[in-house]
Design a protein around this ligand. Sequence first.
Ligand code: AGP
Length: 609
Amino acid sequence: MCGIIGYIGKRNSVPILINGLKRLEYRGYDSAGIAFSRNGRIEVRRCAGKIKDLKKSVKGERLIGYSGLGHTRWATHGRPSEENAHPHKAGGIVVVHNGIIENYLELKETLKKDGHKFTSETDTEVICHLIYSYSKKGLPLEKATREALKHVTGAYALGIISETEPDKIIAIKNDSPLVIGIGEKEFFIASDIPAFLKYTRDVIIPDNGEMAVITHEGVSFTNSINKSIKKKIINITWNSAMAEKGGYRHFMLKEIYEQPRAISDTILGRISLEKGKVNSEDFNMKAQDLRKFSKIFLVACGTSWHASLAGKYMIENMSHVPCEVDIASEFRYRNPIIPANSLMIVLTQSGETADTLAAQREAKKRGAKVLTICNVVGSTSAREADSVFYTRSGPEIGVASTKAFTSQLTALYLFSIALARAKDAINAKEARELLNELISLPEKVEKSLQQNNSIIKIARKFCRVSDFLYLGRGINYPIALEGALKLKEISYIHAEGYPAGEMKHGPIALIDDGLPVLALVPDDEMKGKMFSNVEEVKSRGGKVIVITTEGESKPYPGALHTVFLPKTNPYLMPIIFSIPIQLLAYHIAVLRKCNVDQPRNLAKSVTVE
Ligand code: AGP
């Protein structure tokens, strides 16, 4: 997830671009750059690091331009560096891009054969060269862009300018956000409204395939079949703080709602349905490498540890390779026995958690191969691992992890299929079924989010309690743990997650009149047992909330509330169950007037032991 911005008008574009990028920094901040037209040339200034580093790098230069583009990056292809920073330029064509081009490697090979020279590892630079290959034949920029994009598959929001037509900006999107700002004889493009809200509140939001051609005179649009179209102008009433959160009250809520997109992006370009396989190259591990592993360790902290626990079920049930899961801070001190042909999977959103890094180094020292599943390109964990699989949930600003967690579960699901196929534990047909279910998951997550209002009702009932119990079984026991962690870390209510079958061995003594108990009840062979656990709670005065799947004829009689969710296969149910438990924690915390995005005593990345 990156931030793009463009400007054309009567004012100097450079300060407008830099200030706009500052407002977009929450979308990505590992490198930044601007391009501006001056005396018939387009000049580019880029640097690794944040916007403040870019500002420092251009300090003292008199940079004047009347149109230009800017970009702040969240790396997905190519490490954070100046040469990978946008804007990219080739043959006088300058591009900023937010999204993921699935087929960029094959396009790059074809362009190289035509003599194109590349200077970066990014998918975006390929778009530059592709457009240039048409514009050098004399096509105007809009036509060259249309021709080039016919070859491209993937998600993009693009800003494009050319040295031969410096007073024109082309903007077009496919599945990535893009907005056009309409000012007084000045025009803006951006990934998000905050970038230009201080200059104009009049916005046009193009749909997929619609191209904006922007000059000093105005903006015209064509649709995906190149027909001119009229687009209506929307007036934005948000203040800038709300705009940064996309209109949501908190980053955490915004990130909960970004999960369908984060899951789709994590899957994008990594599966092949017809072959029934996962591109294990994305784990940069060939099938023959995967086949060798006879033992798998998973280590992580906090929410990422919960993902690891669920990952154990996926890996063992799909590939029959034995797995061991450790809390990272425990792993390194327990003198772990790591047999030959072991793989250590490290899960870490930030890639900087000290306990996790220490465990990773311990495993490496003892001879394990290390795969890290991480959300930050170029982070310490990623740099030190033998292989990296990047989740693509974009920057997660809220301290309480949500979209990164469900993206980690998605990555573990993909890894499990890749391993099971490499081990011939599942065939292409079985893998295809698992992948088809994964492809339909974002829509089911979207549907689960529609339960928000019923979750708010439950939150209102229980926002003043002092204790909360979450119950689950099997692969959903880690989600009971996650529900408890979410609630305690942002609402400060004491909460515990337990395997439901364990209640009778002590915790049931906790049940008294009014204790809220949330039970995760998927439609599987354990359903009967889960409902008898619910009965045990209810008969002792507990207030039961049942989260179950559609298809149940009526709300469970013993429950105070029943929430129905879409069904999926057992491996992916943890992702569906994550939605209501995240929303419940969020709404209770808001009702308790807690600082949801920055809870007391916590940090987004725990870089101390
Ligand atoms: C989760 O909501 C917490 N913020 C915390 O438990 C977090 O998951 C843990 O600190 C691990 O962080 P990491 O994934 O960046 O390594």
